[in-house]
Design a protein around this ligand. Structure first.
Ligand code: FMN
Length: 161
């Protein structure tokens, strides 16, 4: 099975999770790519698509949602898995519901909330102020759900068999 893992990542955590998933796919070779580099043709030739996005200020990026909507017919014709990176546990359900078009959430066979990371020295000035004022965050945070990430990949291995 041809698997594409398309991610939307601002500072690299969602990309890292996409790569972790790919490395745990023992039964199949997967291609990991920034969603911006994925052509409609490539999507059409895949059997299974995994879409992953991070959440910043409550939302996934506008261009990622546009990519999903522009390719919705193709995505709805594939086996689909969705994952999200974020750090606000109490908002995860609400954020996930907004992170992808509703049709894709209804269609996907597996979902994952992967947790997230803050690498403080990668943030710009405004983001540091936002995090400090709103959340009191002033240092790195690493809260990835490693077990769930591996379990998500294992489920893909089983679905694909
Ligand atoms: C400025 C800023 C705003 C954020 N806002 C949210 C948020 O609203 N909800 C949430 O769950 N996580 C939020 N996060 C946490 C990110 O989702 C987390 O850092 C994630 O790992 C980022 O992944 P990326 O590097 O792939 O973009 C925020 C992080 C930053 C730096």
């Amino acid at each position: 099975m041809k698997i594409i893992i398309a991610y939307s990542s601002k500072y690299g955590t969602t990309k890292k999770v996409a790569e972790q998933i790919s490395q745990s796919l023992s039964n199949h070779q997967a291609e990991v790519s920034d969603f911006k580099s994925i052509t409609s043709d490539k999507l059409a030739k895949s059997d299974f698509v995994v879409l992953g996005t991070s959440i910043h200020i409550g939302k996934s990026s506008k261009s990622f949602i546009e990519f999903c909507n522009n390719n919705i017919e193709t995505l709805l014709s594939k086996k689909l898995g969705l994952f999200m990176c974020g750090l606000e546990k109490e908002k995860f359900a609400e954020e996930f519901a907004k992170a992808f078009p509703k049709e894709l959430i209804n269609h996907s066979s597996i979902n994952l909330i992967a947790g997230g990371e803050i690498i403080y020295n990668k943030l710009n000035f405004l983001e540091r102020i936002i995090l400090q004022k709103m959340k009191g965050v002033t240092t790195d945070i690493v809260e990835l759900n490693e077990t769930e990430i591996v379990q998500f990949a294992e489920k893909i291995n089983k679905i694909s068999l």
